[in-house]
Design a protein around this ligand. Structure first.
Ligand code: C5J
Length: 220
């Protein structure tokens, strides 16, 4: 067992039953001209975690532990995009509209891809998801069952939307979840802080949080 100095108390995981889930590190969220930008967000905030996510990937790759990357997006015909999601709010471009990185949040478009710095490597899973949670309408549960995973480490964007939603889905399915604090980010700093506090509250009611350095020290 490996024990990480985490909050609200130590997080212990069996190294043969752990997997990393990197949520939605796509150009559409992280780079100008994508979905996040069209919603009026400052995407540069999200770029700050690229070294943290890269460092976390290195820990998992060096140990040969499973890595799953997710991508939020929709089929080109939008058949898996609820009209309520597409029509909500007043973005400058809606899902499916053509932007500087191709059609917003559409499979196969440049904006839908994972940023180059965090590109998946051979043997890693890349999971397309139409919703905020990575278990909804995907094979994630089946993949984790096949791997024998009981413990999940989380990174990615945004903390309070797709990361937190997926952690809650995982929590209800019986996984023990650790969120790496400097490998996740929000367009709103106060939402990141609140999401992490909610996750840790009431005796890790959704999971644990720890900085990358704490995980790296535990694994070394
Ligand atoms: C959002 C996500 N924020 N990946 N998606 O719409 O968090």
């Amino acid at each position: 067992m490996i024990t990480v100095d985490a909050s609200p108390f130590a997080y212990t995981f069996p190294p043969d039953k752990v997997a990393l889930i990197v949520i939605d590190m796509q150009r559409d969220f992280v780079e100008p001209g994508g979905f996040g930008d069209t919603l009026g967000n400052d995407v540069s905030r999200l770029q700050a975690i690229l070294p943290g996510v890269a460092g976390l990937l290195k820990v998992f790759r060096d140990n040969g532990w499973p890595v799953i990357h997710t991508r939020e997006g929709h089929r080109p015909d939008l058949s898996d995009c609820p009209p309520a999601k597409r029509l909500r709010g007043s973005p400058t471009l809606r899902i499916g509209d053509k932007g500087p990185m191709g059609r917003i949040l559409i499979h196969g478009e440049p904006g839908h891809g994972i940023v180059d710095a965090l590109a998946p490597i051979a043997g890693e899973y890349v999971l397309d998801k139409p919703g905020k949670g990575a278990f909804y309408a995907t094979d994630l549960g089946t993949i984790l069952e096949g791997l024998g995973t009981t413990h999940l480490v989380f990174a990615g964007v945004t903390t309070e939307v797709c990361v937190q939603t997926t952690m809650r889905e995982a929590n209800d399915r019986g996984f023990d979840n650790l969120l790496i604090e400097d490998a996740t980010e929000s367009y709103f700093p106060e939402f990141k802080d609140a999401a992490m506090a909610m996750i840790r509250a009431q005796g890790a009611i959704v999971g644990w949080t720890a900085p990358l350095a704490a995980l790296a020290a535990a694994v070394a």
